[in-house]
Design a protein around this ligand. Structure first.
Ligand SMILES: Nc1ncnc2c1ncn2[C@@H]1O[C@H](COP(=O)(O)OP(=O)(O)OP(=O)(O)O)[C@@H](O)[C@H]1O
Length: 373
């Protein structure tokens, strides 16, 4: 798929801007703090209704404005889909084909994007929370049911934690209600767990191939889903559910003391092994970066396999963070069929390495300076 055009209004430092895209590689060029990342963020938000930089969507609305608007036409293999996102102080509204969508799951997935920013290079050595967010965002894009289940899980988790606290403070006494919440938690949580495990298997398949290529067959990558629920190779959803229920029973006493839910997808993590050694602990910085790059680029193949279409790639100033050999692998990937938007402050460095002619937009203080087509 590709994005044919983009129209934004009152978004970050942009009053109003319309862009048409004709080439497969689009570069947003400009000095620091001019609005390059804001443009990638607007494409990301158009795809996923949220930002990659903040959990507070209000920040996307231009200062002193009431609402922000993003619109774009997505070209798929056989159809064109106009998408619209309205962000207001009260919430968000989405439209597909000019029709309002009540369910997030009927909107997300219309435009698939993969965003790669310098902070993604720390996927391996960063926090478990960052890796869980990565899993949720990526699976959510290709599986609307996952989006629903993980939202339900978070809701029940919050309620359950509150209830555990209230029981400890003797504001509640009904033990049966805790059992009901546990049952709901296990129900939604086991679906999340099983989907994550399946996704990680697929991710490993694609990422290992890339990792081997980048490391010239010297390194083999293994990815393991590390769960707070025992066992990491559940045969089916029912097995996860049963194991999860046993674990909740097991930690019941501790939970009552600590007043939080101690088992479930919200406490899980992922490990990356290079040649059987944990790369987070034993890997060099180069190996950690190669792993992160392989995992990110693997998503391209994974989304293509799942949806039948290539996603759109957003690269936020990552070229400058990679050495020559890794830059080459990245360019090899993007100069194929996949539409890529990238930001840079040093145009020549990026352009000189490309074998295709990019489309360049010069950005200055939230405006277009000129267009090189
Ligand atoms: N809600 C907002 N309303 C108006 N302006 C905003 C808002 N949020 C951020 N900005 C402005 O956007 C600018 C930053 O834009 P952006 O992050 O896209 O920079 P950039 O061009 O990618 O820079 P760099 O190369 O440093 O990453 C800053 O000047 C900031 O003040």
């Amino acid at each position: 798929m590709r994005l044919n055009n983009l129209h934004i209004r009152n978004f970050r430092n942009y009053d109003e801007l319309s862009l048409d895209f004709h080439k497969n590689v689009v570069i947003f060029m400009g000095e620091n703090a001019q609005g390059k990342t804001n443009l990638l963020e607007s494409i990301y938000a158009l795809a996923l209704t949220r930002s990659h930089r903040t959990n507070n969507e209000q920040e996307l609305i231009q200062w002193e404005k009431e609402q922000a608007f993003i619109k774009g036409n997505v070209q798929k293999e056989y159809t064109k889909v106009p998408l619209e996102l309205f962000l207001t102080k009260k919430g968000r509204k989405t439209k597909v084909n000019h029709m309002e969508q009540k369910k997030l799951s009927s909107y997300i997935g219309q435009l698939n994007v993969i965003l790669f920013a310098p902070e993604d290079l720390s996927l391996v050595k960063g926090s478990p929370q960052g890796r869980r967010k990565f899993l949720d965002m990526e699976i959510g894009q290709i599986d609307p049911v996952y989006l629903y289940e993980s939202a339900q899980y978070q809701k029940i988790l919050k309620q359950r934690n509150q209830y555990l606290k209230q029981l400890a403070e003797h504001k509640q006494t009904d033990e049966l209600y805790l059992d009901i919440l546990s049952e709901q938690l296990i129900d939604h949580g086991s679906k999340v767990l099983f989907a994550r495990q399946q996704f990680v298997k697929q991710l490993e398949y694609w990422a290992n191939q890339l990792h081997q290529k980048i490391s010239q067959s010297k390194e083999h990558l293994t990815i393991i889903y590390r769960s707070s629920i025992p066992g990491d190779h559940w045969a089916d959803e029912q097995t996860v559910k049963e194991t999860y229920a046993q674990e909740i029973e097991q930690v019941k006493g501790k939970e009552r003391l600590r007043q939080v839910t101690l088992a479930g997808p919200h406490r899980d993590d992922m490990s990356f092994l290079v040649n059987e050694k944990d790369v987070q602990t034993f890997g060099s910085q180069g190996q950690q970066r190669t792993t992160a790059l392989s995992v990110k680029l693997a998503e391209i193949d994974l989304i293509k396999e799942e949806t039948g279409e290539y996603p759109v790639l957003l690269l936020d100033d990552v070229m400058s963070e990679l050495d020559d050999s890794r830059q080459l692998h990245l360019l090899e990937t993007i100069e194929g069929k996949i539409q890529t938007f990238l930001t840079t402050t040093t145009l020549k460095q990026v352009k000189d390495k490309m074998s295709v002619e990019p489309e360049i937009f010069y950005i200055r203080q939230g405006q277009l300076e000129g267009e090189d087509v």
